[in-house]
Design a protein around this ligand. Structure first.
Ligand SMILES: Cc1cc2nc3c(=O)[nH]c(=O)nc-3n(C[C@H](O)[C@H](O)[C@H](O)COP(=O)(O)O)c2cc1C
Length: 195
């Protein structure tokens, strides 16, 4: 098998996070989302635990997700006094701007043979595969770790156990207009070579 490294360089450097306000509102073909998930499934995984789990919401499914996450938010924040109506309304309505939303989770291996940090790392590798596949198809997307991601009470709604983790919500949509170029400080600032 021969590959053109320039294609990989170009793909990686053109990957961008594209947010809901930048989506046209059109539906992305489920077949493309399926390709994203197939590629996610090829992420590296220590001891082949394959800890990534995905729940894909689209159409009416997104409305159910919105209602469920808003309800979890209300229940948790009303009891600790941090409830904000604007945030609640946001959780209830903003998801509808996305074509698909993938709830991304880490399912803990029962034998716990791999440290948790590695399982989380494997799931983020899977997320990167989704990002890159979306880029190749010209689809907009981004990972959100906002909303109820870190609410312990959210786990049950996604069929997760206490040792599992909700990693975030991956939003997908058709981008409108040009996507702004990315920004990074030089890699040289972050690398030491010892020769
Ligand atoms: C672990 C992780 C969590 C993120 N969570 C959010 C988020 O909650 N909200 C958001 O707007 N962007 C989130 N992002 C996307 C970043 O905003 C985005 O990667 C950053 O702006 C760099 O832009 P780029 O992805 O186009 O290079 C997250 C990215 C990662 C890797």
């Amino acid at each position: 098998m021969t590959m053109n490294p320039n294609h990989v360089n170009e793909l990686i450097r053109n990957r961008r996070s594209v947010f809901q306000q930048q989506y046209t509102g059109e539906r992305v073909d489920d077949k493309i989302v399926q390709q994203m998930l197939e590629n996610a499934n090829w992420a590296p995984t220590h001891k082949l635990t394959e800890p990534w789990r995905f729940i894909v919401f689209t159409g009416e499914g997104i409305k159910r997700l919105a209602a469920a996450q808003a309800a979890v938010y209300r229940q948790v924040t009303e009891s600790d006094g941090s409830y904000k109506e604007e945030r609640y309304q946001n959780l209830l309505t903003k998801p509808m701007l996305s074509s698909h939303i993938i709830a991304v989770a880490m399912k803990r291996d029962e034998k716990k043979s791999v440290p948790q940090i590695e399982e989380v790392g494997a799931v983020f590798c899977a997320v990167q595969n989704i990002y890159l596949t979306a880029t190749a198809y010209g689809i907009g997307c981004y990972l959100s770790t906002g909303g109820i991601t870190y609410f312990e009470e959210a786990k049950e709604a996604f069929g997760l156990g206490v040792d599992d983790l909700l990693i975030g919500f991956f939003h997908i949509g058709i981008p409108k207009g040009d996507i702004a170029p990315g920004k990074r400080k030089p890699v040289a600032d972050k690398v030491i070579w010892e020769r």
